[in-house]
Ligand binder design. Structure first.
Ligand code: CDP
Length: 206
C-alpha cells in the first residue's frame, strides 16, 4: 500500500478523530491527527512563544500533552491556524507523513484540499452543530473539565466560523470528497460507512 493516503476533514467534534483512528487500525495504516499540530503550537503561544517559531520548532513530544484537549487550547489553535506562516511551517511534515510506506490516514481541515489534494480517498465528516456540541460536552465533562453545554456550543460555533471564514486553507469539502453526515449515526455505523467508502477505492488501487 505504498503511499496510499486517506484524507479525513470536517468541522470541530464531527467524529473525525474516532473514525480516523478506527480506519487506521482496520487497514493497518499510520494515523496523524493534524489538529494536534495546531493545538501544540497554540499551547506554546499561550505560554508566551511566537507562533511561527513554535510551528517551525515543533517536536513530536509536544503532541503528547493531555492539556492540548482543553477548550482554551482549541480556541487558540483556530486562531494560530489562520496564520499563513504557521500553516506553511507545518506543511512539509504533514506531506511527508502522508507519503510513508504502508499507508497513512490524516485528519484535519485542509487535508483533501491543500495538504494532500491527490489523496486516494477523501472523506468529509460532518454533523449538526448541536450534535457536535453535545458530543464534545460529554467528552470534556467525562474528563472532569468544568464546562456547560451552552459554552461548548458557543465554542464550536466560533471555531466553525473562524475555520470556514479564513483566507488561507479554509475548511470546505474537496470537490471529490465523499460526504458523511454522522448526525443520526452511532460510532459503529459511522466507522462502517467510512470503511466501506475506503474499501471501494483500495480495491481499485492495487
Ligand atoms: O478535535 P477538533 O475537531 O475539535 O479540533 P482539532 O482537529 O484538534 O483542530 C483544532 C483547530 O486546529 C481547528 O479548529 C482548526 O482551526 C485547526 N486545524 C487546522 O486549521 N487545520 C488542520 N488540518 C487541523 C486543525
Amino acid at each position: 500500500m505504498n503511499g496510499f493516503t486517506i484524507a479525513i476533514d470536517g468541522p470541530a467534534a464531527a467524529g473525525k478523530g474516532t473514525i480516523s483512528k478506527a480506519v487506521a487500525a482496520h487497514f493497518g495504516f499510520a494515523h496523524l491527527d493534524t489538529g494536534l499540530l495546531y493545538r501544540a503550537v497554540a499551547a506554546k503561544v499561550l505560554a508566551g512563544a511566537d507562533a511561527e517559531d513554535a510551528a517551525r520548532t515543533l517536536a513530536t513530544d509536544d503532541l503528547e500533552d493531555e492539556s492540548l484537549r482543553t477548550p482554551a487550547v482549541a480556541q487558540a489553535a483556530s486562531q494560530v491556524a489562520s496564520l499563513p506562516a504557521v500553516r506553511s511551517a507545518l506543511l512539509a511534515f504533514q506531506r511527508s507523513f502522508a507519503q510513508r510506506a504502508g499507508g497513512a490516514v490524516l485528519d484535519g481541515r485542509d487535508i483533501g484540499t491543500v495538504i494532500c489534494p491527490e489523496a486516494d480517498v477523501k472523506l468529509y465528516v460532518t454533523a449538526s452543530a448541536e450534535v457536535r456540541a453535545a458530543r464534545r460536552y460529554k467528552e470534556l465533562s467525562d474528563k472532569g473539565l468544568e464546562v456547560t453545554p451552552q459554552t461548548v456550543l458557543a465554542d464550536v460555533q466560533a471555531r466553525d466560523a473562524r475555520d470556514m471564514g479564513r483566507a488561507d486553507a479554509p475548511l470546505r469539502p474537496a470537490d471529490d470528497a465523499v460526504q458523511l453526515d454522522t448526525s443520526q449515526m452511532g460510532i459503529a455505523d459511522a466507522i462502517a460507512a467510512a470503511v466501506s467508502a475506503i474499501e471501494g477505492k483500495l480495491n481499485q488501487h492495487s
